[in-house]
Design a protein around this ligand. Structure first.
Ligand code: PHB
Length: 376
């Protein structure tokens, strides 16, 4: 551990104000989107969830846990939705509490695509995906109310289904506005539906949504156009995860596809681009890609000149260094935020951090959720 003085000098840059699009942030420490699986079967945000988010509202900005845009978007038991009035009301309680402490809150809009199971779908229907391509062994199993179950072969979306899906994104964006969020984030990362479309391994379509880079990226930009009918672009973030192998939505042409996508997002003037960084020891970092850059953030920065938010195992010092390098503007913390509701104060003081308890990450009650201690 370095001396107190060095520590504070090194992390100062984390605590300077920042404007992401039109989102005015008090500093640059962001709470990452974190699936905690604490709703009931109705997927309605609860009062316990309000307490959890409120405890963490010294963050500059909180990205909500991934939130499904429609019943068919579900991929896990007990994750929240934003497609009915009870869910909107539940979120409204949360955004009110978070904003009262000066933090901004973003709704992360999610569709899981093939990472699902008939038990999680309306009327036990088959999950939808770009193509009928079943997730492999490396993706594990689907988490349902009856426990872990093997994935099934999904059904390829028809062009009519795609129109309905885009309209579900637009409606979810409108619902997020009604729920009092400060903005929205389109989840196009980590192997879920929009990332499945980008992947030439998962997406085998022969229509205008498959094949070329432009075609595979088409749905993302149509979703962005749809949600920007509801929100100004400077309140919309987009999350991407170049080279990430999580849930096997892999690409043979990461460099070329993400150069195209990120350059185009740069021209749109979105609030921020959220980037999943892959450290050298990250399990989701491929080992065998000749074009794999050392730093995903540095790759992204070549093409994206607007605000960048990154996440991926950062500590206060490495986060400040990444900002100083110019590779990001804000840093999101995941596991540190699970265990430290007062993470900002701990960073400022150079205080020790509580250790997260993996066993209570997903599902359960207040234990391992709202009972991590604050600094005395
Ligand atoms: C998860 O629920 O495991 C999950 C959700 C969203 C992500 C990544 C993982 O982006």
């Amino acid at each position: 551990m370095t001396s107190e003085t060095t520590f504070e000098a090194n992390t100062d840059t984390l605590f300077t104000p920042f404007k992401a699009g039109s989102l005015e942030l008090n500093h640059r420490v962001v709470m990452a989107p974190l699936t905690r699986s604490r709703t009931g079967s109705d997927r309605v945000p609860t009062d316990l969830m309000r307490e959890y988010y409120e405890q963490r509202s010294s963050a500059a900005m909180i990205i909500s846990e991934a939130t499904i845009i429609s019943p068919t978007g579900a991929g896990y038991a007990f994750t929240p939705g934003i497609y009915n009035q009870a869910q909107i009301d539940g979120w409204k309680n949360i955004t009110n509490a978070v904003q009262a402490n000066g933090a901004k809150m973003i709704s992360q809009l999610w569709h899981c695509g093939r990472i699902s199971h008939p038990d999680l779908q309306p009327n036990g229907e088959t999950p939808v995906a770009p193509s009928a391509s079943i997730p492999g062994e490396a993706s594990g199993q689907a988490f349902t109310e009856a426990g872990w179950q093997p994935f099934v072969e999904p059904r390829a979306l028809t062009e009519g289904d795609i129109k309905a899906l885009i309209s579900d994104f637009r409606q979810a964006a409108a619902n997020a506005k009604a729920a009092g969020f400060d903005g929205i984030e389109i989840h196009s990362a980590n192997g879920y539906l929009l990332n499945q479309f980008l992947s030439d391994d998962v997406n085998k379509r022969t229509d205008s949504y498959g094949g070329s880079i432009e075609n595979r990226a088409r749905l993302l930009f149509e979703v962005l156009d749809a949600v920007s009918e509801v929100w100004p672009l400077d309140k919309i973030g987009v999350r991407v995860s170049p080279w990430n192998t999580f849930l096997e939505a892999t690409l043979s042409d990461n460099g070329a596809l993400y150069e195209y996508v990120i350059t185009k997002l740069n021209e749109k003037g979105i609030a921020y681009l959220s980037v999943v960084e892959l450290a050298n020891d990250d399990l989701n970092r491929p080992k065998d890609k000749p074009d794999l850059p050392e730093s995903i953030n540095a790759f992204v920065r070549q093409y994206f000149k607007g605000p960048i938010l990154t996440a991926g195992g950062f500590k206060a010092e490495t986060a400040a260094a990444e900002i100083a390098l110019g590779n990001t503007d804000m840093v999101a913390f995941g596991q540190p935020y699970i265990a430290n509701p007062d993470l900002v104060e701990r960073f400022k003081k150079g205080a020790d951090l509580n250790t997260p308890d993996f066993d209570t990450f997903y599902g359960g009650d207040a234990k391992g959720y709202t009972d991590y201690p604050f600094l005395k």
